[in-house]
Design a protein around this ligand. Structure first.
Ligand code: NAI
Ligand SMILES: O=CC(=O)O
Length: 331
């Protein structure tokens, strides 16, 4: 008997090499023009697919999962963070959920370090000056940024990306501090010369630069609330390449407007792709650097992510446990 190929629905356009392999292995429904799927289109996909491959732009909530057809078995997220999926609701329905951890660690850490440098050294502001014909020549007191060497970097979430950032930051001469759910292995702490802070509030009050690198879960929503943000020192810089929902963005905006912190570098936003006009105004004034969620955006990284998705689907369809299964304890 010939086994029917499973229907795999991709919600977005993936790298060509991945789509080609996907089509060879499975009955694959592509999204050729890359239009993000609305709720109706997602519901349709969940009603027919054996495997759904969503991305960070697709909100797969309990309401949508309730309309999934009985054939749906696997949600193979093209992404590391899984906060776009109600994983508990999916697991309760007996579905398997996978993600793509590890392969975007270095790229995202690079972008985090780039944001730290961009904000501290006014890179984006400076890069506008020559194209806008506003350069009269060098001056001893003009376009001064802040030295990062010797400063204290506080990392919230010392996982894969947090540690990769710490390695880079150490090479730049920053002192590494971190807050995590638990202390990391002694050998990692030793190599990074990292200091653990059990109290996030206390760490925030002592840092020059803070980077957020933990996942967005119900427990971490607005981890940096208005109250916590108020612990930051006026000269400090805040960088977020994790998820927008981790920060009370309105409170951060007010602090930036009032000069209560020196600057921020944001790759992710609370209501992305919408970004508030106030933040855009602050960016134009050089107080904040805004990137359109491009932390993992390298050609190599996106192909590696696609390969992970392929392996997860293939392993699952062959009747084995896929390598990147998301389990309730990980949330
Ligand atoms: N901007 C971008 O394009 C990208 C963003 N990301 C985001 O980065 C996040 C982190 O990724 P990884 O480092 O691979 O994850 P990871 O799971 O290796 O590390 C996360 C760390 O955060 C810690 N953590 C969890 N809750 C915490 C809390 N309440 N307080 C302090 N620490 C807490 C965990 O213990 C863990 O050590 C992802 O969940 C995703 O949202 C990931 C890739 C690309
Ligand atoms: O933000 C991207 C991800 O893979 O997570």
């Amino acid at each position: 008997m010939v086994r029917k190929k499973p229907l795999v629905v991709l919600t977005r356009k993936l790298p060509d090499v991945i789509e080609t392999r996907m089509c060879e292995l499975f009955n694959t429904q592509l999204n050729l023009d890359d239009t993000p799927m609305d709720k109706e289109a997602l519901a349709k996909a969940l009603a027919t697919a054996d495997v759904l491959v969503p991305t960070v732009t697709d909100r797969i909530d309990a309401e949508l999962l309730a309309v999934a057809g009985p054939q749906l078995q696997l949600i193979a997220n093209f992404g590391n963070g899984v906060d776009n999926i109600d994983v508990n609701a999916a697991l309760e329905r007996g579905l398997t959920v996978t993600n793509t951890p590890g392969v975007l660690t270095e790229d995202t850490a690079d972008m985090t370090m780039a944001l730290i440098l961009a904000v501290a050294r006014r890179l984006v502001e400076g890069s506008r000056i020559i194209p806008e014909s506003e350069w009269d020549g060098w001056s001893p007191t003009w376009m001064l940024g802040r030295r990062i060497t010797g400063k204290r970097l506080g990392i919230i979430g010392m996982g894969r990306i947090g540690q990769a950032l710490a390695r880079r930051a150490k090479a730049f001469g920053l002192q590494i501090h971190y807050h995590n759910r638990r202390k990391v292995a002694a050998q990692v702490e030793e190599t990074l010369e990292a200091t653990y802070w059990d109290s996030l509030d206390q760490m925030l009050a002592r840092m020059d630069i803070v980077s957020i690198n933990c996942p967005h879960t119900p427990a971490t929503y607005h981890l940096l609330s208005a109250r916590r943000l108020s612990h930051l020192q006026p000269h400090s810089i805040l960088v977020n390449t994790a998820r927008g929902e981790l920060i009370d963005e309105a409170a951060l905006t007010r602090m930036l407007e009032a000069g209560q912190i020196a600057g921020a570098g944001l790759d992710v936003f609370e209501h992305e792709p919408a970004v508030s006009t106030k933040l855009i105004r602050l960016a134009k004034a050089g107080k904040v650097t805004l990137l359109p969620h491009m932390g993992s955006a390298t050609t190599e990284g996106r192909i590696d992510m696609g390969e992970k998705v392929l392996i997860n689907i293939k392993t699952f369809m062959d009747g084995h446990r896929p390598p990147d299964r998301v389990l309730p304890g990980m949330l």
